[in-house]
Design a protein around this ligand. Sequence first.
Ligand code: KG4
Ligand code: ZN
Length: 352
Amino acid sequence: MIVLGIETSCDETAAAVVNDKREVMSNRVLSQLDDHRPYGGVVPEIAARAHLEHLDRLVAEAMDDAGVDFADLDAVACTGGPGLIGGVMVGAMTAKAIAFATQKPFLAVNHLEGHALTVRLTDDVAFPYLLLLVSGGHCQVLIVEGVGQYKRIGTTIDDAVGEAFDKTAKMMGLGYPGGPALEKTAESGNPDRFGLPRPLRGRPGCDFSFSGLKTAVRTYLDGFPIEQQTAEVKADLAASFQRAVGDTLIDRTRNAIFEFMRDYPTGKTLVLAGGVAANKYLRTRLTELTDQAGMTLVAPPLELCTDNAAMIAWAGLERFRLGQHDDLDFKPRPRWPLDPEAPKRPGAGVKA
Ligand code: KG4
Ligand code: ZN
């Protein structure tokens, strides 16, 4: 079984081909970072136009790299949401056109399901598992019971964790995108220098909050005249911030592990997914946590943590082999929760 995947929900234009032997036959990702850098964040209209300009070529390259023809495909999958709607529409129209022209089944994949199922492509992880999904738009903890079966047990009540990294890095003048820049700056810093809050620590449940942390960094920065914001101050602030994020994630995930182990005694895996999973410090902290709990931490390789189309092709393949597909009149969705039954939360948590 061979599936073409297309991803256009944010600022990466991507196309990939995977098969049911769990092989990534091709994986093309074009980052639009340079297009958005002057604005310090993703500009939706620029993103949509860039997807339109590059997607056809990327699909052709992905097919070429994989050495397959449209006739060899079993299905065509794209991100159907959640995401920036202009971009999602470009990807969905392209995938529908290919599916229609070649008479292949079409699948509109939930982008979050793409992140959620990637470890089954890379590490063949069995259901059920606990998933900590940490990206620029999301910070959620979910129990993955099966394809299309998710139970959200925690989410952010304000900023996503990647968003907190990006906003904090921007305030500190570390450039864009902020996550990797902040991690690098933190390497030489003293994490004990600045006392920062650990929002929601010690409270029951698995929800997250990061906006107070960002505000506390702002307050420290305001206390330093610009000429005193030396490389050392920035490194110490970055290290203190990163440790506070680590402590918060650990505290909330510990509660999630407790709930998961209680209700799903056969589950032994914590999966870390989304762009923030690329952070080495956070990976180390979470590995310590899973070691203590007698669980295993699995995180996809870096290039499959950040947005890509292999994860979309794979999620499409998983659904297709269960007999599912979507109609060509599928409407792209700016919002699309993995667990529609989960209680609503204010702030960024309602995005999906
Ligand atoms: O999953 P992703 O590529 O896109 C979304 O779906 O949001 O995640 C991007 C996010 C950005 O906020 C970026 O700053 C963050 O992941 N990120 C990191 C690191 N690398 C990427 N955050 C912290 N440390 C990193 N090394
Ligand atoms: Zn993503």
